[in-house]
Ligand binder design. Structure first.
Ligand SMILES: CC(=O)N[C@H](C=O)[C@@H](O)[C@H](O)[C@H](O)CO
Ligand SMILES: CC(=O)C(=O)O
Length: 337
């Protein structure tokens, strides 16, 4: 009886050790130099009045994020960066500029390489690997959509294979892609399919799905990054390990204060910060907040010209910019003196 019990315990321990070794092997294969955590700014793509990318301000932009906003991670060529409105050549050149300018200043430069064409996506993934990006991210293709989880994984797997040593993140954004496959289902067993899988950027309000991702990730091997900025605190409560978003370009410092309060377990202060941020966000969302508007806010706050967005997006009105600026000033004096 006792011998039997001991044998069972030994067997259990061996299985556990094997699982630990497998997890370790997978994680060292796509070794993130350090774990991605905290805030990640989804960068805007600065443009000139004639609609060309304005590469000349990228250096300044990096310094601004690091020094003024306390944000040391970026997510390039995503929704905010109008990645899907840029040509492949532009995306390559822009990725290179961010990586080069971020050297020794940024912790993580993640390049979004998602595209409608698998070939484009693979080319961008391979390129990201060549320039030394810290990670790649891919959203679901959204014209011909994957019919189910297997189709989506098959697509992601092919992209990931083009950069076999680069940490891979899935960019879950059903409101924009229309692909509603649950993240929690996608995550289940994903490292068997995509050994470089390192995490998720979750841009949806479904906190049940997000919570189940966290629950599955009990070894905390993945970065689970929340992407609906205006309600980040709720995702922190649910176990988010960080956040990626457009507002961390200009509200990075304020969100960092909220993060710090949360970590100190000062929940009433954290909630206070969240409500202050929400008052501003709610105000601009009601006026219509798109990339053009985010560019206008960032130009005002940072002093770095972001220029207009590319068509079909349109530039924010002067009225929007002035109202947003006034609201931000009142938020500052009320909540962040
Ligand atoms: C749809 C979209 O672009 N979402 C961004 C990230 O995924 C967010 O950062 C939002 O821009 C932000 O939460 C403002 O609503
Ligand atoms: C928010 C974000 O991650 C993006 O704009 O791609």
């Amino acid at each position: 009886m006792q011998v039997h019990g001991a044998a069972l315990a030994l067997y259990g321990a061996l299985r556990q050790a094997r699982r630990a070794i497998l997890a370790l092997t997978a994680s060292t294969m796509a070794l993130p130099k350090k774990k991605l955590q905290g805030l990640v700014a989804a960068t805007l793509t600065p443009m000139t009045e004639t609609g060309e990318i304005n590469f000349s301000v990228i250096g300044q932009y990096v310094d601004y994020l690091v020094n003024e906003q306390g944000v040391k991670n970026i997510f390039v060529n995503g929704s905010t960066g109008e990645g899907l409105s840029l040509s492949v050549a532009e995306r390559r050149q822009l990725a290179e500029e961010w990586v080069t300018n971020g050297k020794n200043k940024l912790d993580h430069v993640i390049i979004h390489v998602g595209a409608l064409s698998l070939k484009d996506s693979q080319e961008l993934a391979q390129h990201a690997a060549e320039i030394g990006a810290d990670g790649i991210a891919v959203m679901a293709p959204f014209f011909f959509k994957p019919a189910n989880k297997d189709a989506l994984i098959a697509f992601l797997k092919e992209v990931a294979a083009a950069a076999p040593k680069v940490p891979f993140y899935y960019y879950h954004i059903p409101p924009l892609t229309g692909v509603k496959i649950r993240a929690e289902e996608l995550l289940d067993g994903i490292q068997d399919e995509i050994p470089t899988f390192q995490g998720l950027k979750f841009s949806d309000t479904d906190l049940l799905d997000f919570g189940q991702c966290v629950d599955q990730n009990s070894q905390r091997q993945f970065a689970l990054l929340y992407g609906v900025d205006e309600q980040l605190l709720s995702a922190l409560a649910m176990g988010a390990t960080g956040a990626v978003g457009s507002t961390y370009n200009y509200l990075g410092k304020k969100n960092n204060q909220m993060l710090e309060a949360f970590e100190r377990q000062d929940f009433s202060l954290a909630l206070n910060y969240q409500f202050c941020i929400q008052r501003f966000m709610n105000y601009v969302i009601k006026m219509g907040l798109g990339v053009g508007q985010t560019k206008a806010i960032m130009t005002l706050v940072s002093g770095i010209p972001m220029g207009p967005p590319r068509l079909p997006l349109q530039e924010a009105s002067r009225e929007f910019a002035l109202k947003a600026e006034a609201k931000l000033k009142s938020l500052e004096s009320q909540c962040f003196p």
